[in-house]
Structures are given as structure tokens and as C-alpha cells.
Design a binder for this molecule. Structure first.
Ligand code: ATP
Ligand code: MG
Length: 380
């Protein structure tokens, strides 16, 4: 309960206490000041004491019911003793009345207390529910944000790969053009050599070449973030990001990871990219739903990551092409996913293998020599 709520509650309790006190005082004054000959009035006053008792029980629970009924009884008792003549048969009803005050105070107090406690329990449950709802909302926002980042990262990776491929493809013919121009220039008569034409051709190819070289150098230099990380954490992260996408397609992603940490030294984004592309392929290969199994374990100083799907599989004749850039069988595919996977694996000297049976599914295996930061490895 907040401080503001506590202050408001104690203020309310004081007001309630004052109301009860006012009733007790008013009724008692009437009792004591009215002549005992006016029996009817006394009967009314006597019954009126029930009002503050009920209010006491209602507002302050068991404690309130008991205290109010005891206070009233103590105030009423001298009135019986001194104004009504004390212990005699005529006062029996008045003594019984005191008994009733106490019984009513106790019973209504008990009932009111039970209801208050129940109300408090409901309030606490409602609060807990409200908190869980807020937490859920926060998590949903987080996942949506991650999904958004994931889409952007994926697009950027693809654009990067695309331009790197383009640059690579442009560089080779450029070299040939330059070579050809040099040969032609050497073989033409001297007066023709003076023509600006050759110089322009050579200059422009040179300029194009340096643009491409610069770009490729830049792309290669993309700073790597080498660290030691646990493969299981990356697996869990990627799976969490793809879970809702998989669920929407009726696909269940199951993971079976080693109990022990699977420490890899390298750029964790590389594992992230590989797993993301392979899992996306697995999901896209299962239009009718199914299960994707991810396993990771360590054996003989090698960390293994296996992704198995129950998708359409890859025809034998296509298996040799799947790592080629731009090879795709999908209307919306770029055919760069597995090319990226292959480039990353080669760069790090990690082993990859893709085996597939048509109509049954595909299995992807990644083998990472333990504690390797590129340079050493098991090769392909
Ligand atoms: N798990 C798989 N099951 C069936 N076919 C697959 C699987 N993984 C890859 N393929 C085949 O290999 C092709 C190339 O895959 P790759 O990931 O390189 O490109 P893509 O998935 O078509 O497009 P992108 O990944 O750029 O969206 C796919 O088009 C598909 O035919
Ligand atoms: Mg793909």
C-alpha cells in the first residue's frame, strides 16, 4: 500500500471513530437524561445502541465490534444499576440486552472481518494479475522490438553480401578490360597511341578498379568483435526471436543442448547469422508445420551444432548448388542465405555439412574446433 493510501485510510478511520463515538454519546445522554417513567423512549434508545455496534464491526472488524459493544455495556450498566434500581426481575431484559450487545459485537465483527480479509485477498490477487499483465506487455514489446531489429539486421546482412558479391564480380572483368586495352595499345601504330582514347580507357578502368578495391577492403575490414561466448546462449537467443514466427507456421522448435558451457572464441554474430539463416530455411521448408530440432554438444575438442528439419528436403541435383550466391528456389528468396553461411564458416575455418532427403527433411551440421579464433580449424 502506498503512503498516500495509508494516510487516506487513517483519516477515514478517524472520521468513522468520531461517528461511532457521536452515536454512543447521543444515545447515552438520552438514556441518562430521560426519566425512567418514559419506558417507550428507553426501549427505543436501548435498541439504538445496535447502530454504533454494527458500525464498529463493519468499519473496524472484530476488534471494532468487541470494543464498541464493551464500551456501550460499560456506559449502560450504571444506568441500569442506579436509575433502574439494579438487580431485580424488571431489569432482566436490560441485562439480557447487554448480553445481546456483546454477542452482536462479536458475531458481526467476526463476519465483517472475514469479508474484509476476503476482499484483501481479492485485491492482492488483482494486484498480482495486474503486475503479470504489465510484465507480459513489457516482454511483448521487447519481442516486437527484437523482431524489428532482426528484420533490419537480416536485410543489412543481405545488402552487404549483395554489394560485396557485386564488387567481386565487377573486379574480374575490369582486370580483363584493362589487360585487353594495354594489349591493343601496344599493338596499334605509334600515331594512334597518342590518341586520348586509350588513356581515358585506362584511367577510367583504373578508377573503377580502385573504387571496387576500396569497397572490398572496407567490407573485409568490418571490425570483428572477438570474444569468448557460450554457444548455448546464442542458440537460445535466436530461437527466442524466431519462436513466434515458427509458431505462426505450426512449427515447434525443440532444443537439446549440452549441460556444460560450449565456449567458442570468435565473433558471436557469426554464429548468430549462421543459425538464423539455417533456421529460416528450415521454417520456410515446412509449409505444413512440423518440428525443428537443434542440438549442440562437445566431443573430441569439437563443438557440434546440428539443425534438423522435417521439411521438403533438397533434390540431389540441387544439393551441389545451394551454397552458390543467388541460387534460390523461392519466389521471395535472394539465394544469399547459405552463401553467407558458407563464407562465414570458411572465414573461421569451421566445418559445415548439409545432408538432405527429399520429402523427409534436411540436416545441417556445424563443427567448431574448441577455442578457435579463426586461423586454426578442422577445415571443410
Ligand atoms: N532446410 C532446407 N530445406 C529445403 N531446402 C532448403 C533448405 N535450406 C536451403 N534450401 C534450398 O536452398 C536454396 C538456397 O538457400 P538460401 O538460404 O541460400 O537462399 P533462400 O533461402 O532461397 O533465400 P534467402 O535465404 O536469401 O531468403 C533455397 O532456395 C532452397 O531451395
Ligand atoms: Mg535462406
Amino acid at each position: 500500500m502506498t503512503q498516500v493510501q495509508t494516510a487516506a485510510n487513517s483519516k477515514r478511520d478517524i472520521v468513522h471513530g468520531l461517528i461511532i463515538g457521536f452515536f454512543i454519546l447521543l444515545i447515552s445522554v438520552l438514556h441518562y437524561s430521560t426519566s425512567t417513567t418514559r419506558l417507550q423512549f428507553h426501549l427505543i434508545y436501548m435498541q439504538s445502541y445496535f447502530i454504533p455496534i454494527i458500525l464498529g464491526a463493519f468499519w473496524f472488524g472484530l476488534r471494532g465490534g468487541i470494543i464498541t459493544s464493551v464500551v456501550i455495556s460499560l456506559i449502560y450498566l450504571p444506568h441500569i444499576m442506579f436509575q433502574w434500581g439494579g438487580f431485580n426481575l424488571n431489569n432482566l431484559i436490560r441485562f439480557v440486552q447487554i448480553g445481546l450487545f456483546l454477542a452482536l459485537g462479536y458475531l458481526t465483527g467476526l463476519k465483517a472481518q472475514g469479508e474484509r480479509e476476503e476482499k484483501e485477498r481479492y485485491r492482492q490477487t488483482a494486484d498480482a494479475l495486474q503486475n503479470s499483465l504489465k510484465e507480459l506487455q513489457r516482454k511483448t514489446d521487447q519481442i516486437l522490438e527484437m523482431e524489428h531489429q532482426l528484420k533490419t539486421a537480416d536485410r543489412l546482412a543481405i545488402i552487404g553480401e549483395l554489394t560485396a558479391n557485386l564488387a567481386h564480380e565487377v573486379r574480374n572483368p575490369l582486370g580483363s578490360i584493362r589487360g585487353a586495352v594495354e594489349i591493343i595499345r601496344d599493338s596499334v601504330p605509334d600515331e594512334m597511341k597518342k590518341l586520348e582514347f586509350f588513356d581515358i580507357l585506362l584511367q577510367e578502368t583504373e578508377r573503377l578498379n580502385s573504387v571496387v578495391e576500396n569497397y572490398l577492403n572496407y567490407a573485409k575490414r568490418k571490425s570483428k568483435m572477438i570474444s569468448r561466448f557460450d554457444l548455448r546462449e546464442i542458440v537460445n537467443d535466436v530461437v527466442m526471436m524466431l519462436k513466434s514466427k515458427a509458431r505462426k507456421n505450426g512449427i515447434q522448435i525443440k532444443i537439446d543442448l549440452s549441460d556444460r558451457p560450449l565456449i567458442i572464441k570468435g565473433d558471436s554474430i557469426h554464429i548468430w547469422q549462421i543459425l538464423m539463416n539455417v533456421l529460416l530455411n528450415a521454417i520456410q521448408a515446412m509449409p505444413k508445420g512440423g518440428t525443428v530440432m537443434i542440438e549442440a554438444w562437445k566431443a573430441d575438442h569439437t563443438i557440434h551444432l546440428k539443425v534438423r528439419d522435417q521439411g521438403t528436403g533438397i533434390p540431389k541435383e540441387a544439393l551441389s548448388r545451394i551454397f552458390e550466391s543467388f541460387y534460390t528456389t523461392k519466389t521471395n528468396g535472394t539465394g544469399l542465405g547459405l552463401a553467407i553461411v558458407k563464407r562465414i564458416a570458411d572465414e573461421n575455418h569451421w566445418g559445415i555439412r548439409l545432408t538432405s532427403t527429399e520429402k523427409k527433411g534436411t540436416e545441417f551440421d556445424l563443427e567448431i574446433p574448441e577455442d578457435v579464433a579463426g586461423g586454426r580449424g578442422i577445415g571443410n
